[in-house]
Ligand binder design. Structure first.
Ligand SMILES: Nc1ncnc2c1ncn2[C@@H]1O[C@H](COP(=O)(O)OP(=O)(O)OP(=O)(O)O)[C@@H](O)[C@H]1O
Ligand SMILES: [Mg+2]
Length: 221
């Protein structure tokens, strides 16, 4: 389902261009749980952002379900992303002036899935154990609850792929385990889950391990 070939990413650094990723290759099938590991500054977020269609690669191909998203225009990429990827950031990125349920409804509004969106949002929050909190604002719930809301929002359009950047970075170990169990369930249900983590507890539990080091990506069995 994901086929990455010869992907490189450069950023300008003063006069010259610097490689952050060089000649990256890998594949992942549907239903895989892919962990992305590596030191701070190694390029993990850059790799995840390219796979999630958040930023373009400088060169190479990123085929997802047969479509090369590396060749998409910004506009096409935005549209594709809204339907195909559920994204969770470390800092959650919830809209503070909207309630939890309104935050979860947003992607459905963007994608034009207007029918029954409140009901779908309500069911997702219920699944995350947040049924009672639906009408609260992000500022008045805990970090773990905010993170679960971010997951409910990521799942709103039922995307085939989930991309999460250090989703457990700010959470206590029990909440991290809950989030990881959710990943496993999502992968078991056929979604491809990609996540960046520093947490080596997850190392043995993923189906594919990508290591980012000095601009290269390698895989360990
Ligand atoms: N927009 C940008 N412009 C210039 N350089 C960038 C940009 N984004 C990232 N970089 C550089 O690319 C490298 C990789 O950054 P990236 O955010 O992918 O690292 P990371 O592995 O996610 O690190 P961390 O674990 O700290 O989040 C870093 O050296 C960073 O400074
Ligand atoms: Mg990062």
């Amino acid at each position: 389902m994901i086929e990455v070939k010869n992907v490189s990413k450069q950023f300008p650094n003063g006069e010259h261009q610097e490689y952050v990723l060089k000649d990256v290759q890998f594949e992942a099938k549907r239903g895989e749980l892919v962990g992305i590991f590596g030191k701070s500054g190694s390029g993990k977020s850059t790799l995840l952002n390219i796979l999630a269609g958040i930023e373009p690669a400088t060169s190479g191909t990123v085929k997802i379900d047969g479509k090369d998203i590396a060749g998409f225009s910004n506009r096409a990429l935005t549209k594709w992303r809204g339907k195909n990827v559920g994204i969770v950031f470390q800092s959650f990125h919830l809209i503070p002036t909207l309630t939890l349920i309104e935050n979860v409804m947003l992607p459905m509004e963007f994608a034009g899935n207007r029918k029954r969106k409140r009901q779908r949002a309500s069911e997702l929050l219920e699944q995350m154990g947040l049924g009672m909190q639906a009408n609260k604002f992000p500022g008045s719930v805990s970090g773990g609850e905010r993170q679960r809301t971010a997951f409910a929002r990521a799942l709103a359009n039922d995307p085939p792929m989930i991309a999460a950047d250090e989703p457990t970075g700010n959470l206590d170990s029990q909440t991290s385990k809950d989030i990881f169990n959710l990943f496993q369930e999502l992968a078991d249900s056929g979604k491809t889950v990609l996540f960046v983590t520093h947490d080596l507890d997850f190392y043995e539990k993923v189906t594919r391990r990508l290591h980012v080091q000095d601009g290269s990506v390698y895989e360990t069995p």
